[in-house]
Design a protein around this ligand. Structure first.
Ligand code: SF4
Length: 388
């Protein structure tokens, strides 16, 4: 079905799946599971009169429980899982001197752009799936096993700040790693707020609730995935431990924060220098890629070892599925909200999440294992629009 559009003349309709999800929730033989992305929690409140950046995680979980979801998981947990796989991939390439820079791939808009315009850079792409897709595959394998429910009796719904995430769920065969389609429906933050209103839920007065386990607990590193620079910062917090066997005492990497288009930093990991870049919005991404390609062409030293890329200005906090009308001021408020959520967490490094440790010991073996590759990694395909 189609929800109401915001286009003043009704010419543009969002392809909404609110109706499909209500239908799933009505079916008593279906186990309907939901995950919520990092950036949603600091923007959903705006639809109910709260200031941008207000953290409403507990109210969000409570609303989802009232709507009838059977299990409420958090994409932030899967962001911690993404870090385990991606930081392992980075450390392995870095120590062996293989195909650097490594470029992050959580953003499906960027993945699509790369496959069309920069397919020669595919070897530089992290093979780690995005948190949304890692969570979906873990629900229909690990969680399904634990609960004794057949994957085909589970419906996975994602709530995302992003319209591209609707495309990502069928991007290629790796999105069917459980044997069937891992994620069934994607709702934007806007669709989620409409459904809360359709259900007649008084969102602001909901008591805060917790997510369910084993896929609900998250660290500060998981929550900052929603901001530009967050994936990089989260990865560095764990990569440091993977290289040195020790934990950082100071986990804040200020140089990669904020809405400047290209952020650069040099990180010292016990005498080893790691050069990183963070780029958001396509023009800035192009510029960073140009610097890499120039160095490659001239046979010079590569300017960066690790690059984070996000298509949206400021990262997913201002994604295409968020409340309309983001300005830089609103972006900054949502960014501040996610960093506040980070510092609020007792655990701020992905590898210290006890449920992450458990999912590896119970099911995935270790980061980068054969099983981890089956469920948590993907490949990319050149899809040129025209011959150059
Ligand atoms: Fe989606 Fe934008 Fe986030 Fe990319 S940066 S995943 S397009 S919201």
């Amino acid at each position: 079905g189609q929800c109401s559009a915001h286009c003043p003349v009704g010419a543009i309709y969002e392809n909404s799946q609110c109706g499909n999800v209500w239908n799933e929730l009505r079916q008593t033989d279906k186990h309907v599971v939901v995950q919520v992305a990092p950036a949603v929690r600091v923007a959903i409140g705006e639809a109910f009169g709260n200031a941008p950046g207000t953290i409403m995680t507990g109210q969000m979980y409570a609303a989802l429980r009232k709507m009838g979801f059977d299990a409420i998981f958090d994409t932030n947990f899967a962001a911690d899982l993404t870090i385990m796989e991606e930081a392992t991939e980075f450390v392995s390439r870095f120590t062996k001197g293989e195909t650097l820079p490594l470029i992050t791939t959580c953003c499906p808009s960027w993945v699509d752009y790369l496959e069309k315009y920069y397919s020669e850079m595919i070897p530089h792409f992290s093979t780690a799936k995005s948190p949304q897709m890692m969570m979906a595959s873990m629900i229909k394998s690990y969680y399904a096993d634990q609960k004794g429910i057949k994957p085909e009796d589970i419906t996975v719904v994602s709530i995302m700040p992003c319209t591209s995430k609707k495309y990502e769920i069928t991007r290629d065969d790796h999105m069917f790693s459980s044997g069937i389609q891992d994620c069934d429906y994607v709702l934007t933050t806007r669709e989620f707020s409409r459904m809360i209103k359709q259900a007649g839920i008084d969102f602001n007065s909901l008591p805060e609730e917790e997510a369910d386990n084993p896929l609900g607990m998250y660290t500060g590193a998981g929550t900052i995935f929603g901001v530009s620079g967050g994936v990089m910062e989260a990865a560095l917090r764990s990569a440091y431990n993977m290289v040195t066997g020790e934990d950082l005492t100071q986990v804040n990497f200020q140089a990669v924060r904020g809405i400047e288009g290209i952020k650069e930093a040099e990180i010292d990991i016990k005498g080893t220098k790691v050069r990183v870049a963070v780029a958001h919005q396509m023009g800035n991404i192009e510029e960073v890629l140009k610097r890499v390609k120039k160095a490659q062409a001239e046979g010079g030293e590569i300017p960066y070892h690790f690059i984070e890329v996000m298509a949206c200005r400021g990262g997913c906090i201002a994604g295409g599925g968020q409340p309309y009308g983001a300005t830089d001021e609103i972006r900054q408020q949502r960014i501040d909200g996610l960093y506040a959520d980070d510092t609020k967490q007792k655990i701020r490094m992905s590898h210290q999440n006890p449920y992450i440790q458990k999912i590896y010991s119970d099911f995935l073996d270790k980061p980068g294992s054969e099983k981890a590759h089956k469920f948590l990694h993907t490949h990319y395909t050149p899809r040129p629009l025209y011959q150059k």
